[in-house]
Structures are given as structure tokens and as C-alpha cells.
Design a binder for this molecule. Structure first.
Ligand code: NAI
Length: 711
């Protein structure tokens, strides 16, 4: 677990190496073992000082969140939290020099151990990530991070690292003073030992334990500090609308903790840590962003017993926006890509997209020429289908047109092996229907990417009626290979993500048609935690696309089509006003050249507003925007379109940016309680229409007192 040895030089080496794990973490086993090693080094007169390092490729990944979940109640949490703080504190007050030899990634509690050491030396390992990412799962660093980091590098430099959870590489960490030295990896241990051997008594005292210590750049009450907090709080509000208690509490920790001495600062941090852990936001984010995404990335729902497929060659049909992106992420994963378009120039342009991305990465020093060349060499642009020979998978991203898609399916199947997979990246056409063009519908599947492909982490995998479990399993292997997160859904109009995402946009437009102030609608959208308001989003997606998909749905469903309350407003914008969205510079917003977008001044005339005293409250608008997505997601679960609450939550956050602090569309229901949610939806249905009516699965759960999640 923790190897302890003392050399002839009197330097103890405390080496983390937890058995059976690829990464070291702070948990109920490692913490006591580490505490014992610290004590041993501190108390043994023969030991001059100690090096803390790791026997694994990485240093320490942070605290085990499962351990945190096992801490019951605020009191136990405070006690355990303080015990950890005091153990870290014992490192810096031992009177002996301690150095962290950071060989690889050091995150969260791992970095906090380093901060409690008197010196930090990092190996020049470009893969190492150094940072305090707790805020990303709704938590705050509870091992002294909010106290030591500002005391070390100044409040202004520390706040972004704490509030954004930024990861630094060793060079960057050195530049801003988080580590003191970067050395070649093979000299790390020697450099660390030597520092301990040479250290004087002064070296074994932290700056903040010295007389007359001042926080670099000034304390919170200094003129600098005042400015930092005034601007910082305003920026935080602007960015997050107060939706992340962890970020607000980090601000408080730094402000209050840096006004007092370190011991009291640590106590303050622990209090806020306990408070933060108890928030629904922390529970939601840990559940979905950590455990949910983690399980999806490990392919938890992959059909078992089917051997893992390795991919060496993939065909991509259509070198437009999506195809070019798919080719790039595939080549980046070391897979050969045959990129086909109608003419050679179009195919070359598609490859050019990868070149552009690689050049950008090189400029940012994230890529070297040799690697970039190797990635580009993997992409063969062509018009020749015979080049698909040997591909284990072909993904089509040609125009959204059934006939064209059918044509490229036939052409590909004439070349590829009988067990190769054919996937469609269609955004709207049901997979079962597209599979009719295939001779091997069992090998036919939907792989729905999001734009821009290189940035968006999710792939929605869609099973048609005849898609085999083997095809599903192997497709999941591909998604894992390209380092994306898969969710598995069943065929339905709009699948899962587009279907539910559409309800958010439509509800916003419906409210506009009711006479609700458009500024209220879009501001409430952002305040709810969605990245963009629904009207601005409609402009981004393009109103003519929404119009086109709506008309197609109408044609396909005939009498079964249920008119949406947003329909007339969309028709008016597109047909009468020719305002189709951002692309053309005019939609619900105006987009002046070089200026900031603003709501179109003609909106009030086209959509007359209710008088001020009849406008709804912000809370009511937020509720409509959020609940409509959750109730539609519950319907998707009932119809088996999406099969697990976890996939629904992960897909909602990664697919269309559902408010992450709410944990996803189903976690939202879980947080308010299924019974409360059902009652509230019944009220909304009465007030605004049947689209809010809760599905039977929710009613049954409410009656039986069931929940989606245990915690
Ligand atoms: P695009 O218009 O940028 O690209 C389509 C490409 O397919 C063009 O380069 C075109 O020349 C090529 N193409 C057309 N017919 C072909 C044929 N017979 N053989 C070979 N190449 C052919 O379109 P985009 O946006 O890349 O969309 C492609 C597909 O991906 C569509 O089915 C779309 O619905 C879907 N999709 C689009 C998303 C988006 O955000 N744009 C998101 C997810 C899916």
C-alpha cells in the first residue's frame, strides 16, 4: 500500500503503491497507512526528512468518492475531514523537510498532499496533470487546497485554478509556482533526496508558518484583494447564475480563510466542505458526471460475452462537416480512415479539416510535427468505394436524404466483409427504416455524433429493430477507441437527445407566442443552468431547420401529428418574416456585423406581450423549461427509447448541455422527488397543456414511493 524505506543518507521514501489499482487514491485503506508512514518519519531520530512519491506511473488521483459517500452525516464528515487536515498539517509542522516527488498526475487530494510538503519537484512528464478538479463534481478541495494554494501563489492566481478545476502540465505548474522545480523523470528521486539531504532548518518551515508572512499579492482586505473579490464574485455570478454552490463556497473559503491563520483557515475549509457535500448539486454531479460518465466510458451496458473488437480501418462516407470530424477523431485514435465524397476535391477538403485542427494543436504546442504527419497519413481521401475493402466499420454522414443514404449503403456493402458494421450518422431518420436498404440489417446501427465532433464527447448509439447485440457491442468498442462516451438508445423519432432537446427550444418559443417577455424567457433559460436560452438556441440551430424537421414529421405522421404550441411562431418566423436564425444574421435575435447580438426589436410587434403584471415569475419560467425536458425524458424511459436513468442523465448533460448541477434530466426528478414532480407536472399540464402530463411510469413510481436512485 505505502512502502516505507530509509536510505543511508537518512532520507525516508514514502512510496504510494496501492495493490490491485491502476491509480493511487485516498481511501479508508490508504489514509491510515499514509498517516502511519508520516508519523514514523517524523518520530524517528535517524530520519532527516522524507520524500513522498508513487510507485505507479501516476502520483495520486485524489480522494475516492465512494469513501466520501460512506461518511454519514455532517458531524462524522467534519470529524473525518478535520482528521485528514491535521494529518496533512503534521507533514508541514513535523520540523523535518518533506518533499513531494511528483512523477505523474497529481489531482485533488493528491495535489493537496504535495502542497502540504515543503517543496514540490515534478518530473517533466508531459502526460502528467496537476490540479484541483473538485469543483467539476460539485465539491471543493477539502485537504487544504483552498488555503495553501492562495498562500503559495496569491489569491488572484489561485482562484481560477480552484473555480475552474483547471489541469496544468508540469511546465505550466512550474511557471505559476505550483511546483518549485521540474526535472527529467529519471532524475526525480535523486533530486528529491538531495533536496532533503541538503535542507536546512528553515527549509522545513512553510512560508505561512513563518513570522511576518504575507499572502503574495495581498490578503482579502488589501486593496488588491478587495478588487479581486469584487470582480471575481461578479464574474462568477455572470458565468454560473449561482447554480454551483461549490464555486460560491470556494470563494468564501478563500476569502474567510485567508483573513485568519492557516489552522483556522483549514477549519473554515472543512466547514464549507461538509456544507458543500450535503448539497443536492454535489450529489447530482458526483452521480452523473463522475459515476455515470465513468460507467459509460467503461462500457457498463455493453453486451457481455462478445469479444472486444479492435478497429484498424474505418470508412467514412461524406466529407462534410460531420464526416470530416469523424475522420479526424478516428485517425487520432490510430485507425486508418478511408474518407469518401462525391468528388475528389470534396474528399480532400474533408481531410483538410483535420490538417487545420492539427496545425492549431501544433501552434498551441499540444502536438508535434511527427505525430501530426502520422495522423494525416492515416486519412485517405477518395471517391473510390473499392478502397473500403477491409474496413471493419463504415459510417455514413452524407446528406440527410433517404435515397442517397440507401445508395451509399448498397455501394459499401458490395465491398465490405459480411461481418463489417454499417453505421448511419443520421440526425432524424429512423434507423430501422434506413436499414431496409441493407442486405445485413443485423449489422446496421446508428452512430449519432454531435457537432463539432472533435469537441463533443457523446455518441448516441441507436439500435434499429434488427440490430444485433454483437453489432451493438462492437460499435461500443469503436466509440471507446475514439475516446468518446456512448449511450445506447432504441429507435424513435429524434432518437433520445434530439427529441428531448427539442422540447426545451419549443417551450421557449411557445412562451414567446403566449406573450411572455423574450428577455425573461432567455434569461430564465440561462439561470436554470442551461448553457444558452431557448430562443438564442433556436437561432443557433436555425429556425428553417426546425421548420423543415417539423414539416417532415407532419408528413410522416399524417393524422397522428400533434400540433405543438410553438408551430405557428416557427412558421411565422420562417415563412412570413424570413428570419431563419444566426446563419443569416436574423432570427429571434439580430446579429449586427462585429457587434453583440440582441433581441430583435420587431419581436414585440409580431408576438404581443402580456402586460407587466401578468408576466410569470422567473421561477415559473425556469420550471417550465426544465420540467418539460424531464417529463419527456421520463416518457423516453417508459417507451424504452432510453433504457436506464444513468444513460438518460449522462446523455442529457453531454448531448445537449442539460443543467449539469441538476445531474441530468432524470436526476432532476429524483432531486425533487418523483411524487412532487408528478404533482407539479399535473399542475403544469392544467395550466399550459397536455405535453406536461406525466407518463404512467412516473405515476406508478410515485404511488409506490419508488426512487430512481438510492442516494
Ligand atoms: P454536410 O452537407 O456538411 O456534408 C455532407 C457531405 O456528404 C457533403 O460533403 C456531400 O458532398 C457528401 N455527399 C453527399 N452525397 C454523397 C454521396 N452520394 N456519396 C458521397 N458523399 C456524398 O452535412 P453534415 O452536416 O456533415 O451532415 C451529414 C449527416 O450527419 C446528415 O445525415 C446529418 O443529418 C447528420 N448530422 C448532422 C449534424 C450537424 O450538426 N450538422 C449532427 C449529427 C448528425
Amino acid at each position: 500500500m505505502i512502502n516505507y524505506s530509509v536510505g543511508d543518507d537518512g532520507v525516508a521514501v514514502i512510496e504510494w503503491d496501492m495493490p490491485g489499482r491502476s491509480m493511487n487514491v485516498l481511501n479508508n485503506d490508504s489514509i491510515p497507512a499514509f498517516a502511519e508512514a508520516i508519523k514514523k518519519a517524523a518520530e524517528d531520530d535517524a530520519v532527516k526528512g522524507a520524500v513522498i512519491t508513487s510507485g505507479k506511473p501516476d502520483f495520486i488521483a485524489g480522494a475516492d468518492l465512494e469513501m466520501l459517500q460512506g461518511w454519514n452525516g455532517a458531524e462524522e464528515m467534519f470529524e473525518n475531514g478535520m482528521e485528514l487536515q491535521m494529518m496533512f498539517r503534521s507533514i508541514e509542522t513535523s520540523g523535518k523537510p518533506f518533499v513531494a516527488a511528483i512523477n505523474g498526475t497529481a489531482l485533488g487530494g493528491g495535489l493537496e498532499i504535495c502542497l502540504a510538503c515543503h517543496r514540490r519537484i515534478a518530473a517533466d512528464n508531459p502526460k502528467a496533470r496537476i490540479g484541483l478538479p473538485e469543483v467539476k463534481v460539485g465539491l471543493l478541495p477539502g485537504g487544504g487546497g483552498t488555503q495553501r494554494l492562495p498562500r503559495m501563489i496569491g489569491i488572484q492566481a489561485a482562484l481560477p485554478l480552484l473555480l475552474e478545476g483547471t489541469h496544468l502540465n508540469p511546465a505550466k505548474a512550474f511557471k505559476i509556482g505550483v511546483v518549485d522545480e521540474v526535472v527529467p523523470a529519471d532524475q526525480l528521486l535523486d533530486a528529491a533526496r538531495k533536496w532533503v539531504a541538503d535542507a536546512g532548518a528553515e527549509d522545513a518551515v512553510q512560508p505561512w508558518d513563518r513570522k511576518g508572512f504575507r499572502i503574495p499579492g495581498g490578503a482579502p482586505m488589501s486593496p488588491n484583494g478587495m478588487m479581486t473579490f469584487t470582480a471575481g464574485n461578479a464574474m462568477l455570478r455572470e458565468k454560473t447564475s449561482g447554480n454551483f454552490p461549490a464555486a460560491l463556497n470556494i470563494m468564501s473559503c478563500v476569502y474567510e480563510g485567508c483573513c485568519v491563520d492557516i489552522n483556522n483557515g483549514l477549519k473554515i475549509e472543512t466547514r464549507y466542505f461538509v456544507k458543500t457535500c450535503g448539497t443536492p448539486e454535489a450529489k447530482n454531479m458526483i452521480r452523473s458526471l463522475f459515476f455515470g460518465i465513468g460507467a459509460a466510458n467503461k462500457l457498463a451496458s455493453r453486451p457481455k460475452e462478445i469479444p472486444t473488437q479492435k478497429f484498424t480501418k474505418v470508412g467514412v462516407l461524406g466529407a462534410g462537416m460531420m464526416g470530416a470530424g469523424i475522420a479526424y477523431v478516428t485517425a487520432m485514435a490510430g485507425i486508418d480512415v478511408v474518407l469518401i465524397d462525391q468528388d475528389q476535391a470534396a474528399a480532400e477538403r474533408g481531410k483538410g479539416y483535420s490538417q487545420g485542427l492539427l496545425e492549431k494543436a501544433m501552434k498551441r504546442k499540444k502536438m508535434d510535427q511527427a505525430k501530426a504527419d502520422a495522423v494525416l497519413a492515416k486519412i485517405t481521401p477518395t471517391t473510390d468505394y473499392s478502397q473500403l475493402d477491409g474496413a471493419e466499420l463504415v459510417i455514413e454522414a452524407v446528406f440527410e436524404n433517404r435515397e442517397i443514404k440507401a445508395d451509399v449503403t448498397t455501394k459499401s456493402e458490395a465491398v465490405i466483409a459480411s461481418d463489417a458494421i454499417f453505421a448511419s450518422n443520421t440526425s432524424t431518420l429512423p434507423i430501422t427504416g434506413l436499414a431496409e436498404a441493407s442486405d445485413r440489417p443485423a449489422n446496421f446501427i446508428g452512430l449519432h455524433f454531435f457537432s463539432p465532433v472533435d469537441k463533443m464527447p457523446l455518441v448516441e448509439i441507436i439500435c434499429g429493430k434488427e440490430t444485433s447485440q454483437e453489432t451493438l457491442a462492437r460499435s461500443m468498442d469503436y466509440v471507446k477507441a475514439i475516446r468518446k462516451t456512448p449511450i445506447v438508445v432504441n429507435d424513435s423519432r429524434g432518437f433520445y437527445t434530439s427529441r428531448v432537446f427539442g422540447t426545451y427550444v419549443n417551450e421557449g418559443i411557445a412562451m414567446l407566442a403566449e406573450g411572455i417577455n423574450p428577455a425573461l424567457i432567455d434569461n430564465a433559460g440561462k439561470m436554470s443552468g442551461m448553457p444558452v436560452g431557448p430562443l438564442a438556441l433556436a437561432d443557433e440551430v436555425a429556425l428553417d431547420l426546425i421548420y423543415k424537421i417539423r414539416n417532415q414529421t407532419k408528413t410522416d405522421l399524417g393524422d397522428k401529428y400533434i400540433a405543438a404550441p410553438s408551430d405557428d411562431a416557427v412558421t411565422k418566423m420562417v415563412e412570413d418574416l424570413g428570419r431563419v436564425g444566426k446563419r443569416e444574421g436574423k432570427g429571434f435575435y439580430d446579429y449586427p456585423d462585429g457587434g453583440q447580438k440582441h433581441l430583435w426589436s420587431g419581436l414585440a410587434e409580431q408576438f404581443p406581450q402580456l402586460p407587466e403584471d401578468e408576466q410569470p415569475s422567473v421561477d415559473e419560467v425556469i420550471k417550465r423549461l426544465i420540467y418539460i425536458q424531464s417529463v419527456e425524458t421520463a416518457r423516453c424511459l417508459e417507451e424504452n427509447v432510453v433504457t436506464t436513468p444513468q444513460d438518460a442523465d449522462v446523455g442529457s448533460i453531454l448531448g445537449w448541455g442539460f443543467a449539469p448541477a441538476r445531474g441530468g434530466a432524470i436526476s432532476q426528478i429524483h432531486t425533487v422527488g418523483v411524487d412532487n414532480f408528478v404533482a407539479e407536472c399535473d399542475r403544469l399540464a392544467q395550466a399550459y397543456g397536455a405535453r406536461f402530463t406525466p407518463p404512467q411510469n412516473l405515476r406508478t413510481m410515485a404511488e409506490k414511493g419508488e426512487q430512481f436512485y438510492a442516494a
